[in-house]
Every structure is written in structure tokens, then in C-alpha cells.
Design a binder for this molecule. Structure first.
Ligand SMILES: *Cc1c(COP(=O)(O)O)cnc(C)c1O
Length: 390
């Protein structure tokens, strides 16, 4: 029971990531793949995830901001990198310096970029976002044709792709159908106008599996690569496996009498003489405080309930029915232990949130340990294997 990363750690199975990627690749047909690895690859470790997928021959990565793109470039990632969200004007030099592709969402940004290129020398590849119903970013749909015409007329800017985004690919069929039809029409009009858009992309994970008509020539999976579903209502075809398991250890065990109150606010009182184990994970690690008196964890391959309020660094669990729990025992917060499993999706449902928030919320205090061929490897070994090490 010694393989551990300290008080709390996440085990990231790069084997499972590869398994999931290969399923997505099959479902994507002839479309190429851009992996969404923003927010440190949804908490899984962007550099390690990017290297693994780059070795699998992935085409492109999607990130949220310039800092995330630079982190990947500095780590030696060579694939195309797109910033999916708008960047600010004072970040234009940084995208040009690091060969990162910005998204154009409005014409003032286009003009700022074009002027910069006039001074610095071009060209610069861009993707153009069109809003087909998310109402977040992207050119409003009725302005898209004109905007594309303006951007295409710059000799310094190369349109490398055009995209839009689904707000409800997993839940609302009628709306999504209309979105796809509108986007199709736009693509056809641009084609008729002689504008080369390069990559055309619309599908997130739910789109890939529910809307094969939205694949075009590039798809943008995120959550499916991590072996999770966007919501409990969707099914993704194939044997997806969760990439992340979250683990901690027992740091205290004590037996208390009936009616003993536990943790901040005394929101729980024992109903019997109880054995209580204290486990070193808390909301300071990204474990939701909403799981107070609700969540469960695995100890010695048994499910045990959280009792009392989740603290910043610790939780208490009732282990009265589990024989022989010891200080130092490994606790599975989510993941598998023997025949038992708790999923991150289950934690999300109990905390009234989505699984994206669970994994991307796992904080920097939680060590990431990477598993390759079933073994936990040192990151230096990995970098060496990837050809980037000392
Ligand atoms: C995050 C993101 C995705 C990936 O979505 P999943 O639901 O995780 O597959 C796709 N497209 C855009 C624009 C995104 O921001």
C-alpha cells in the first residue's frame, strides 16, 4: 500500500486516455481531431495528455487562453494549437511569437491583428467562430458572410478554420438540428463565394456521437477523451474508461459514543457507537463541500459515507462496518477499489454539478501521478520516452 503521492493524489491513466482516443477516432470517421485540453486537460495534466495524443497522431489541440498555449509550446508540443476563446488585443504578439492560432470573433480584433501583421510581417493563421445559437462568442450568424469576406480579403491572414459551438447537443434534438442546417448553409454560401475556410468544425463529444452530420472535416472532443459523459442522459458508443482516479489516505481513526457530533457546525451526530476515520482531502483540493453528509468513498473495497461537513483539508467517514481500518489506508475518492467503483460522475450528481467541474476543479495541491502500461511512472521517464528529456 505504498504507491502514493502524499496526502491526496490523482492517478491519470494514459493507457485509458489512448483507449478513449482510439474510440473517438473511429467514431469521427474521416474527420481529423482537435482535443480540447483547456483547464489543464480538464484537470488531467495538459502537457502529459498532449504528448500522449501527439504520439497517437492527433491533428490539433484546443485551449482557452494564451497562457495555456505557451505552456504547451514551452513543453515542446509541436501540433497546431487553437485558442478557442477570444484573446485580448495586448496578447496578439504572444500568439505570433509562439505560433498559436487565435480565434476571430469580431472585426475590431481582426483589424488589430491585421495592423500588427502589417508592422511585424505576416502571415498568421486564424480560425473564425460563428454563433449559431450559443450566444457567447463568435460572429452573430447574420453578420458572418460579410465578416468572412472582409477577413478573407487580407493578404496577411490565412483562414485555417471556421467553427461554431453546440449549447445543447446532448439534450435538445430540434434545436441542434436547426443549428447544423444553418451552419451547413453558411459553409455552402462561403464555398459558392470562393472563400476557402480550411478546417470546418462543430462537434463536441456529444456532437460526435449523437450528430454524425456535424463532423465536417474536424471534431473537437473533450470530455469523452477523459472517459466521461457530458451528462447522465447521454451514452457514448464504445468502451470508454475514466482516465482519472482520485485517492487519499486515512490519517486518524477513533471510536466515539452514540450522539457524538462531528465536524464544523455539528451537522452530523452519531446514531450508534461508531468508528470514524479522518481522510486527508477537502474542498481545498477541489472536493465539493456540497458532498458534506452526502458523498461516499471506498476504503478496503467497501463504500463508506462521509459524516459531517467537508473541511478544507479533511473529511470524516463512518467506517464502523469495515473491519480493521488503519491509519495510512488508501482511500479511493473516485475510481476503482477491488469490485467497488465510485465515478466522478456520481460525485457530480450528488454535488448538483457536472462532471467537468469535478475534474477541472481538482486543485494544484493534488499531485498527478501518470500510469503507463499499468505502472505509475515518473514524469521524467515519460519526457525521455517522448524524446524531450535530458
Ligand atoms: C471545451 C470545448 C469543447 C469540448 O467539449 P466536450 O463537451 O468536453 O467534448 C469543444 N468545443 C469548444 C469550443 C470548447 O470550448
Amino acid at each position: 500500500m505504498n504507491a502514493s503521492g502524499g496526502r491526496v493524489w490523482a492517478e491519470i491513466s494514459l493507457d485509458r486516455l489512448i483507449n478513449n482516443y482510439r474510440i473517438v477516432r473511429k467514431s469521427a470517421g474521416s474527420a481529423r481531431i482537435m482535443a480540447a485540453i483547456k483547464a489543464d486537460a480538464y484537470g488531467h495534466g495538459a502537457i502529459e495528455v498532449a504528448y500522449t495524443l501527439q504520439n497517437e497522431g492527433i491533428y490539433m489541440f484546443g485551449v482557452a487562453g494564451i497562457e495555456e498555449g505557451i505552456e504547451l509550446r514551452q513543453a515542446g508540443i509541436k501540433s497546431k494549437i487553437l485558442i478557442l476563446s477570444p484573446i485580448l488585443y495586448d496578447q496578439i504578439d504572444a500568439v505570433l511569437d509562439h505560433d498559436i492560432i487565435p480565434t476571430i470573433s469580431e472585426l475590431r480584433f481582426f483589424k488589430a491583428l491585421d495592423e500588427k501583421l502589417e508592422k511585424r510581417g505576416g502571415p498568421c493563421s486564424v480560425h473564425i467562430e460563428v454563433d449559431t445559437g450559443m450566444t457567447r462568442t463568435g460572429f452573430p450568424f447574420d453578420e458572418a458572410d460579410r465578416a468572412l469576406g472582409v477577413i478573407a480579403s487580407s493578404p496577411r491572414i490565412k483562414i485555417d478554420g471556421i467553427f461554431s459551438h453546440f449549447p445543447m447537443a446532448d439534450v435538445n434534438g430540434a434545436f441542434t438540428k436547426k443549428q447544423i442546417a444553418a451552419f451547413n448553409d453558411l459553409i455552402n454560401r462561403l464555398g459558392a463565394a470562393g472563400i476557402d475556410t480550411g478546417a470546418i468544425h462543430l462537434a463536441n463529444s456529444s456532437g460526435i456521437f449523437k450528430w454524425p452530420g456535424s463532423h465536417y472535416n474536424l471534431v473537437r472532443p473533450g470530455i469523452a477523451l477523459y472517459g466521461l459523459r457530458s451528462s447522465p442522459d447521454v451514452t457514448y458508443e464504445g468502451d470508454f474508461k475514466p482516465v482519472m482516479a482520485l485517492k487519499s489516505r486515512v490519517v486518524n481513526v477513533r471510536t466515539v459514543e452514540t450522539s457524538t457530533p462531528i465536524s464544523y457546525g455539528h451537522t452530523f451526530q452519531t446514531a450508534r457507537r461508531s468508528t470514524i476515520a479522518t481522510v486527508s482531502i477537502g474542498y481545498g483540493d477541489g472536493y465539493p463541500r456540497l458532498l458534506s453528509n452526502k458523498g461516499e468513498v471506498l476504503i478496503r473495497s467497501r463504500r463508506v459515507p462521509i459524516v459531517g461537513t467537508v473541511c478544507m483539508d479533511l473529511i470524516m467517514v463512518d467506517v464502523t462496518d469495515v473491519p480493521n481500518v488503519q491509519i495510512g489506508d488508501i482511500v479511493t475518492i473516485f475510481g476503482q477499489d477491488g469490485d467497488c467503483e465510485i465515478t466522478a460522475e456520481e460525485c457530480a450528481a450528488k454535488a448538483s454539478t457536472i462532471v467537468y467541474e469535478i475534474t477541472s476543479g481538482i486543485g494544484p495541491r493534488v499531485a498527478r501521478l501518470f500510469k503507463v502500461d499499468g505502472e505509475i511512472v515518473k514524469i521524467r521517464t515519460l519526457l525521455h520516452r517522448w524524446g524531450n528529456g535530458e
